[in-house]
Design a protein around this ligand. Structure first.
Ligand SMILES: Cc1cc2nc3c(=O)[nH]c(=O)nc-3n(C[C@H](O)[C@H](O)[C@H](O)COP(=O)(O)OP(=O)(O)OC[C@H]3O[C@@H](n4cnc5c(N)ncnc54)[C@H](O)[C@@H]3O)c2cc1C
Length: 402
């Protein structure tokens, strides 16, 4: 017996939109999570303009605005000798937001429930069930320990980078890279950052600041994995030593008040084949890159949209499962591949190459070029486009005639 069209394991940035989009199409959807919502998770939470555009498409942006989360219209990159400051968005979606995960994930889950998806919180999936090599359902546990079996046409792992669904289905992995960076973050009061995402680059150190809900400011920073073991003995001391590399910011932090403990974790970089008989993967379960470029939430949204469309095509009989899901994988990979490479490079926290320094030096003061660089870092423009010989030629030419 197939109880549901889809069972979705994980109810955050990938799982809840997935459940919402399928339920809005009229499918019978169960979404489960071992967490109770609202709940936090280890993640900073800049949502770039394409992620904000997805919230608007889904009719959820007004709900986010109603939480008082301030907009971010400027990305400011302090490279020491010069600063590149530009607008990250497009006319349709001009700003980013930094909503707390307690706010964002709850809003998404409520939207899934309103769309008709059945939601079970504090429900832990222990096992993915197979019949003749095909996934047919899950075995899980409710909060009180009661064991439950549920069946579905498709089981979707939206269960994050340590995905139990991926562990069970053993997808092919590619472009794998071990963790590159170890980062930690906390929240401050009393250090307002008006509408800006501020990034500071130093040799083997990088940190960033942006506003979030409740008048708080998030500050995140880190060092290469090679220093992870040595520095974890005194995260706070090493972290403040890092911030002291930018004395202006250090003074602001010391004048404010830290409101939470430091948290953080290194993450691996990988792509996983996101489908197979009776199963699919979305969000971090299927693809992950270092968080230095803050792309994960936006990527989770966009992969959920692609995967929901592919499952709809398969469920409705419009296209065979493998064909529709193959397109999902191709579209996901084509969009993220250039930014994946860019992210892995930036996460090394090495000085920009001499070539890159020349381009950024020439872009400095050229607002159009600085906006272009901000849009690369916002996932709006591909690095391949921004650093193309044609665009770089234009930037050098403008610098010569300034
Ligand atoms: C330190 C750090 C900073 C980051 N900063 C940013 C940033 O600024 N901007 C950005 O866009 N991204 C950032 N990211 C990445 C972002 O957090 C992820 O890309 C995003 O959370 C992916 O969403 P997801 O829904 O795929 O997975 P997750 O958010 O990991 O959600 C997975 C869910 O699955 C549930 N689950 C797992 N196993 C089971 C089980 N067996 N049974 C039931 N439920 C289960 C979990 O409880 C969890 O709620 C950061 C990540 C880290 C680690």
């Amino acid at each position: 017996m197939r109880g549901y069209d889809a069972i979705i394991v994980g109810a955050r940035c990938a799982g809840s939109p997935m459940a919402m989009l399928l339920a809005r199409r009229g499918y019978k959807v169960l979404v489960v999570d071992k967490a109770a919502f609202p709940s936090d998770t280890i993640s900073t939470h800049l949502v770039h303009p394409p992620g904000v555009a997805a919230l608007r498409r889904w009719g959820l942006l007004d709900r986010l605005l109603a939480t008082g989360c301030p907009p971010i219209d400027t990305y400011r990159f302090d490279f020491g000798p010069f600063v590149i400051s530009g607008a990250p968005g497009t006319p349709d979606s001009p700003v980013a937001y930094g909503p707390r995960r307690t706010v964002l994930d709850k809003l998404l889950l409520d939207a899934a429930s309103e769309a008709g998806a059945e939601v079970r919180e504090e429900f832990t999936v222990d096992e993915v069930l197979f019949e003749d090599g095909r996934v047919t359902g899950i075995r899980g546990r409710e909060k009180n320990g009661k064991a439950v079996v549920e069946r579905a046409t498709a089981v979707v792992g939206a269960d994050g980078r340590n995905s139990p669904v991926a562990e069970a289905v053993k997808p092919e992995a590619y472009h794998e890279r071990p963790p590159i960076l170890a980062g930690y973050y906390s929240y401050w009061s009393g250090i307002p950052v008006e509408g800006a995402f501020e990034v500071y680059s130093h040799l083997h150190r990088g940190f960033a600041v942006w506003p979030t809900n409740d008048g708080l400011t998030l500050v995140v920073g880190g060092w290469p994995m090679a220093e992870f073991e040595a520095n974890k003995k005194d995260v706070e001391g090493n972290w403040m030593k890092m911030i002291d590399l930018s004395p202006g910011l250090a003074a602001r932090l010391r004048a404010g008040k830290r409101e939470a403990k430091f948290v953080g974790t290194p993450v691996a970089n990988y792509f996983r084949k996101p489908y197979g008989p009776g199963w699919a993967l979305v969000g971090d379960a299927g693809y992950n890159r270092d968080y230095i470029t803050a792309m994960g939430i936006m990527d989770a949204f966009l992969s959920a949209e692609l995967c929901a469309e592919a499952l709809h095509q398969s469920f409705s009989g419009t296209r065979p499962f493998d064909e529709a899901m193959g397109d999902y994988q191709r579209a996901r990979d084509e969009r993220v591949q250039p930014i994946f490479e860019f992210t892995c490079q930036v996460a090394k926290l090495e000085p920009p190459s001499p070539q890159m320094q020349q381009v950024l030096g020439a872009a400095h003061g050229n607002q159009e070029a600085m906006d272009g660089f901000a849009r690369v870092n916002a996932g709006v423009t591909s690095p391949a486009e921004f650093f193309s010989p044609e665009n770089v030629g234009k930037i050098f030419e403008a610098a010569r005639t300034r």
